[in-house]
Design a protein around this ligand. Structure first.
Ligand code: ME8
Length: 522
């Protein structure tokens, strides 16, 4: 990448592949927007980056949803997958590949994985009897169930199933997994999730049933087509089938993944079953499985089909507030890793306090003063006339953001950027350009306004991984023109690039305040 001298890294990030049994909601949007911000950040830094998302289309849950709608599975799924892609388009999700598990490129390789594990003895045939939750596509032990034999995730009754089944020798991998987690403490994050995974493995792992005969909608076991492959084996494999495992060019380039970003609901699948499968295949393990918390509404997890529960349609939120306010709210509101509440009121509060007041005002005041005091032209870079305060603050902020991003802590990165915005607003108050003007101190006036405007430009660069329209709008107000794009993160952050003489454009505030601090009326 031109302008970047830093050594290039490599970055492969994935989201879960979502079930297209119903339209996606704000919870799926949360994970995907977070992954997008991380992918954009690494791309901007010049890292060779791959961002994978997709849909998980097999299994009984999908088969039942389709049947209920009187449709064939694919006929039922296709429009939901299209709506999913449309949602990602509206949010400017910059994925490099979208995998559907019904694609031949995936099905063929899942069969190849199953075959190989069978031939080497890691998969064997037996009989399974257990308590099964269809919504989770998972068996539970008695101890894991809620009172009354109900699923701990969906709180609905589980079913007793008995079937001939193939099993994966998960038990064999308990010890190697524990050793791996010990040697690589960053493998499961955040640390609270690591403790949960370690405690679970220490109880001992049972072999896992990995085929089903009770329904047909799945990938057939290649050597025994009465069985379909368990949907979680099918689904987890997407992270390598999409790269062309075992010998595709992308596979060699990007595996192992740097991070599988997921919700904590599917942590055990990703931090236990998936690495055990990879160990059995002799493939390297992902560097990190990051299990973030849940967005809650009124204290409950948002469900696609929670009876009576509210399901928030992200498209409506984008229509009402714009794409960047929605992205910003999701990335900023909840400490990453923790659970947090979603509400439209909170979104409006963030909009008014952070976007309209802090960021919007910085741009509005800066361009306003340049207009009034300097005939609308950016002054020349001040050199020694600058006190260097904002340049130093900007440099320190970039370092804070980089540290936060290395730990996947997106809210902390945004907090750092907002501290810089706050510092610049305070600097305007302290330096009082209007007083410098009255005193006729032209040199200081120009130096102060240059530094504030340059800080706003840098804020645009820092925000580029997170927001998709605002940086350009901010830069155009500073007279940079619609074509301006920093060549890279490093190049964009170099201080003093705002060209003197450019004419500021003061058309409208970036984020007009929403009246009343309450949800706007339709
Ligand atoms: O589990 N808060 O798909 P899924 C935060 N197909 N994140 C949420 C959320 C909420 N309230 N609700 C959903 C599956 N998510 C499998 C995955 S991967 C090989 C197979 C996000 O459609 C979060 O990332 O049920 C969660 O893990 C995922 O959506 C579950 O999506």
């Amino acid at each position: 990448m031109p302008g970047s001298s830093a050594a290039r890294g490599r970055f492969y990030i994935t989201t879960p592949i979502y079930y297209p049994n119903d339209r996606l909601h704000i919870g799926h949007t949360y994970t995907t927007v977070a992954a997008d911000a991380l992918a954009r950040y690494h791309r901007l830094r010049g890292d060779d980056t791959w961002f994978l998302t997709g849909t998980d289309e097999h299994g009984q849950k999908i088969e039942r949803a389709a049947r209920k709608a009187g449709k064939e599975p694919l006929e039922y799924i296709d429009p939901i997958v299209e709506a999913t892609k449309e949602l990602w388009r509206r949010l400017h999700i910059s994925y490099d590949d979208f995998i559907r598990t019904t694609e031949p490129r995936h099905e063929r390789r899942v069969q190849q994985i199953f075959q190989r594990l069978y031939e080497q003895g890691d998969i064997y045939k037996g009989v399974y009897e257990g308590l099964y939750c269809t919504a989770c596509e998972a068996y539970y032990t008695e101890a894991e169930l809620l009172d009354g034999g109900r699923c701990p995730v969906h709180e609905a009754p589980v079913e007793r199933l008995q079937e001939e089944s193939y099993f994966f020798r998960l038990s064999k991998y308990a010890q190697p997994l524990l050793e791996h987690i010990e040697r690589h403490p960053e493998f499961v994050q955040p640390p609270s999730r690591r403790n949960e995974v370690v405690a679970f493995i220490r109880q001992g792992l049972q072999d896992l049933s990995v085929s089903r005969t009770s329904f047909r909608w799945g990938i057939p076991v290649p050597f025994d087509p009465d069985h379909v492959i368990y949907v979680w084996i099918d689904a987890l494999a997407n992270y390598i089938t999409a790269l062309g495992w075992p010998d595709g060019e992308l596979y060699r380039r990007f595996w192992p993944a740097d991070v599988h970003l997921i919700g904590k609901d599917i942590l055990r699948f990703h931090a236990i079953i998936w690495p055990a499968l990879l160990m059995a295949l002799g493939e390297p393990l992902p560097r990190c499985v990051y299990g973030h918390g849940w967005l809650l509404i009124d204290g409950g997890k948002i469900g696609k089909s929670r009876a009576g529960g509210q399901v928030i349609d992200p498209v409506q939120l984008i229509d009402k507030y714009g794409v960047d306010p929605v992205r910003y709210f999701l990335l900023r509101e909840v400490p990453f890793g923790d659970d947090g509440s979603y509400s439209e009121e909170a979104l409006v509060r963030r909009f008014n306090a952070d976007l309209a007041n802090d960021l919007g005002n910085l741009a509005w005041r800066t361009t306003g003063m340049i207009q009034r005091f300097l005939d609308g032209r950016i002054p020349e870079p001040p050199g020694a006339a600058s006190d260097g305060v904002l340049a130093a603050a900007a440099r320190a902020t970039a370092e804070r953001v980089e540290r936060a991003m290395a730990g996947f802590d997106l809210p902390a990165a945004l907090q750092a950027i907002w501290d810089l915005i706050g510092r610049a607003n305070k600097y305007i108050d302290e330096q009082a350009p209007w007083a410098l003007r009255r005193a006729g101190d032209r040199e200081r006036l120009e130096a102060v306004l240059y530094d504030v405007a340059e800080t706003a430009r840098v804020v645009g660069v820092l925000l580029s991984p997170f927001l998709v329209e605002t940086p350009q709008r901010l830069w155009s107000q500073l007279g940079l023109g619609p074509e301006y794009r920093p060549a890279s993160w490093q190049q964009g952050l170099a201080w003093g690039q705002l060209p003197g003489g450019a004419r500021v454009v003061r058309d409208q505030p970036l984020f007009p305040r929403i009246p009343g601090d309450e949800p706007a009326r339709e």
